[in-house]
Design a protein around this ligand. Sequence first.
Ligand SMILES: [Zn+2]
Ligand SMILES: [Zn+2]
Length: 269
Amino acid sequence: MSPHQPPKTRTCAADKCGRPMPTGDNSTACPACWRRFDTNLGDIPSIMTELDTTLSRQTASGSSNGPRSSETPLPYNVDASEAARLLSMTLWPWVKEGLDAHPAVPLPSPSVVGMAAALMHLNGWLVVHPEGYLAIDEVGFAVGQARTAIDRAADRVYAGTCDGDDGECGEELYASEGSTSLRCPVCSTERDVYIWRRNRLEAAGDSLLTLSEMTRAIGETGSETVSRKRLEGWVRRGRLIRAGNLGAVPLYRVGDVLDVIEGEKRRAI
Ligand SMILES: [Zn+2]
Ligand SMILES: [Zn+2]
């Protein structure tokens, strides 16, 4: 017996927390971590909606985006479906254990959203569960993965067909927004995204476009944004010369616009 030993303070067992537990609280995790758990469960319906959107955009863009083979799944789609699967696999063991212990709780709909709702219902049981903190960690991780998959999908932009592996690869490449290079997930060949976009635009140098089409075409390359207003300014000052007509609408050469952009950049340096 050592009566002078200070009472040992329990700390929250949830990952990366370590906050001291309030006196008399017998849970394995602190109130702040349980609040985080509740927030994550509450976010799951909207997360699932966004994951579904991400997955269906994959299907929809297969026809409208043109240059890619439909049998090759995009890297980000794998993320979205994997993230949904991970959520399901994470929630299910907790829901099952909780329902087994509480036969009175109504069975959830067999979906991720249904399981999240059931777990919210079983919150009181989890708080006193000897491994309750693990539910906080696991759900936190799965929800984090899902959020990453959603963000990533939103930011991906087409970056052409991979010509690596002696031109045999053929993988459709997607870059994250604002990134200048990427590595092919299949053959590991590096692609300079900026150069690829420039080349694509330059290859279309002799195409004639209206000013609206021009703004869109240049914007889609992701390397520049040129407003229609700015283009009109160049026309007024004679820096951009009309190269044709579509009915009454003037047309301009893509290459001419690129030259003006290039000139502006040089002057800006
Ligand atoms: Zn905590
Ligand atoms: Zn490749």
